[in-house]
Design a protein around this ligand. Structure first.
Ligand code: GDG
Length: 481
């Protein structure tokens, strides 16, 4: 019975996310295996879940398959099934071809289809029912991200006893963009079902509150909305900038295997004197076109010499069935091929481009060898890669070039900041980062390291969950307007 109310022995802590932290993989012989799912949300929440225990409700990555729940790393995995059609309409469609571009400044054109939203509603209901079924009396349920914005209100209707939190990992757009959405009111009402809605930056919370004031009948007072109607409650909206397991990343980067791998990588690259690195999911929000063009110009003009500098760009395959992502992949292939055919000699490409995903230890090795790390999204909720670099790069040398449009820019203030739309500005910042005095670099890097070690993923989860428990009894932190 999926709508069972208030089970006596349910979990006291439940995470609800589109994907589980592990993907179900079936090989040609029909053998089943589980693989860690890539991406920022899993990186962030896995350590929280391992520590707290409870249940993780999510899709297992294989369409048209029902999977039983099972234990994993000290918590319960609760799979939610999706049909192939739902994957197409709810996930690839409404989540990734409507909401994703709209919430990222419309850097790609958002598509609006009524049948996609119908599927989104249907799937959100299924997630809400699953969460209602596994959560114990008075449990805390933490719903994650843009794929599940209707779950808070659906869940509150099924289980008013629960403590419901929601965290949005991507930006929340200003009214001028959000208003395009034909279902804007439903989305706002969906989120308002939560007791606490968290955003990456204060601007997200204020965009949300402004929209609630203008587009719903609820009253907004400072950082909270007082809901009218039957299920009266208060919904608080605040910023909780997400972070990483800083110590874990730093330990990994200092492990003998990562050190050995870093040496191997360097020698494979021909021991260049300066290594520039970019690591991103292959996504149009990450600013890859602009970044590669800027780096290409630096090589073509002779500012950078391909005999002693190399640009290593990793693009992890992502959402390969969505049209816009296929186009991006082709564009990047073309751009890199053109640049490499024009600069550098035999055996020394200026840009080493890898369209692949790598084990964490290899990622750490890449962060180790990066003299300059280039993180230039056109818009990004936070950007964990920037924080991982700071945690992993050894010693006080190294330099981070960071886009103003990443949430991380609010905290990593000592990075070399760039506007990724300004190619000349970006080229200057990259060269400044590469050629700055050792004292300047060290001063900046020390400040960055201090920031990420003081604000790790445990702090983030604690701050959010404490506020959720206290139901807003604690005052908002300073600087959150
Ligand atoms: C969303 C928001 C927000 C990447 N390639 C490989 C790999 N990764 C890991 C990185 C990092 C994560 O994936 C990417 O996180 P980001 O934060 O950079 O970006 P999104 O995936 O877009 O994440 C973002 C985040 O959610 C958290 O709230 O910061 O703004 O868009 O951890 O290391 N990991 C491995 N192999 C790879 O090839 N093992």
């Amino acid at each position: 019975d999926t709508t069972r109310q208030s089970p006596e022995n349910g979990a006291t802590f439940v995470v609800v996310a589109n994907r589980l932290p592990v993907d179900r993989i079936v090989d040609e012989n029909g053998a089943v295996d589980w693989k860690t799912a890539p991406g920022g949300l899993v990186t962030a929440l896995e350590p929280v879940m391992r520590q707290r225990g409870g249940a993780w409700v999510g899709w297992h990555g294989a369409p048209d398959e029902e999977v039983e729940s099972f234990e994993h790393d000290g918590y319960t995995i609760e799979p939610v099934p999706l049909t192939a059609e739902e994957v197409e309409e709810y996930y690839e469609g409404f989540s990734n071809a409507t909401l994703w571009p709209l919430y990222h400044d419309s850097v790609a054109y958002p598509e609006y289809h009524r049948e996609w939203f119908d599927a989104y509603k249907r799937v959100n209901r299924r997630f809400a029912e699953k969460a209602a079924q596994v959560a114990g009396e008075g449990a805390t349920v933490w719903v994650q991200d843009y794929q599940l914005q209707l779950v808070p209100s659906m869940l509150r209707e099924l289980r008013p006893d629960l403590n419901i939190g929601f965290f949005l990992h991507i930006p929340f757009p200003p009214m001028e963009l959000f208003d395009q959405l034909p279902w804007r009111r439903e989305i706002l009402e969906g989120l308002l079902g939560a007791d606490l809605v968290g955003f990456q930056v204060p601007g997200g919370a204020s965009n949300f509150l402004r929209l609630v004031r203008r587009r719903t009948d609820h009253r907004v007072d400072r950082d909270r909305a007082k809901l009218i109607g039957e299920n009266q409650h208060t919904c608080i909206a605040r910023a909780y900038p997400i972070s990483i397991d800083t110590q874990g990343f730093s330990d990994l980067a200092n492990s003998p295997e990562a050190i050995a791998e870093a040496e191997q990588l360097l020698s494979d690259l021909g021991n260049p004197s300066t290594v520039f690195v970019g690591i991103d999911r292959l996504d149009y929000t990450k600013g890859l076109r602009q970044r590669i063009r800027a780096m290409g110009e630096l090589f073509a003009e002779g500012t950078l010499d391909p005999h002693d500098a190399v640009f290593l760009q990793v693009a992890t395959p992502s959402r390969e069935r969505v049209e816009e992502y296929r186009r991006l992949r082709d564009d990047i292939d073309l751009l890199v091929g053109r640049i490499n055919s024009e600069v550098g000699g035999v055996g020394r490409p200026a840009i080493v481009y890898l369209h692949a995903s790598f084990p964490r230890a290899t990622m750490a090795a890449m962060y180790r060898i990066a003299d300059v790390m280039i993180v230039t999204p056109l818009r990004d909720g936070m950007n964990l890669v920037a924080k991982e670099y700071v945690a992993c790069h050894p010693g006080p040398d190294g330099a981070l070039v960071l886009s103003e449009f990443a949430g991380a820019a609010r905290e990593l203030r000592q990075a070399y900041m760039v506007n990724p739309y300004d190619l000349n500005g970006m080229k200057e910042a990259v060269m400044k980062a590469a050629t700055d005095t050792p004292q300047n670099k060290r001063r900046r890097m020390r400040a960055l390291k201090k920031q990420v070690s003081e604000n790790n993923i445990d702090k983030w989860a604690e701050r959010f969950l404490n506020d959720l428990d206290a139901k807003g009894e604690t005052a908002p932190e300073e600087g959150e307007d």
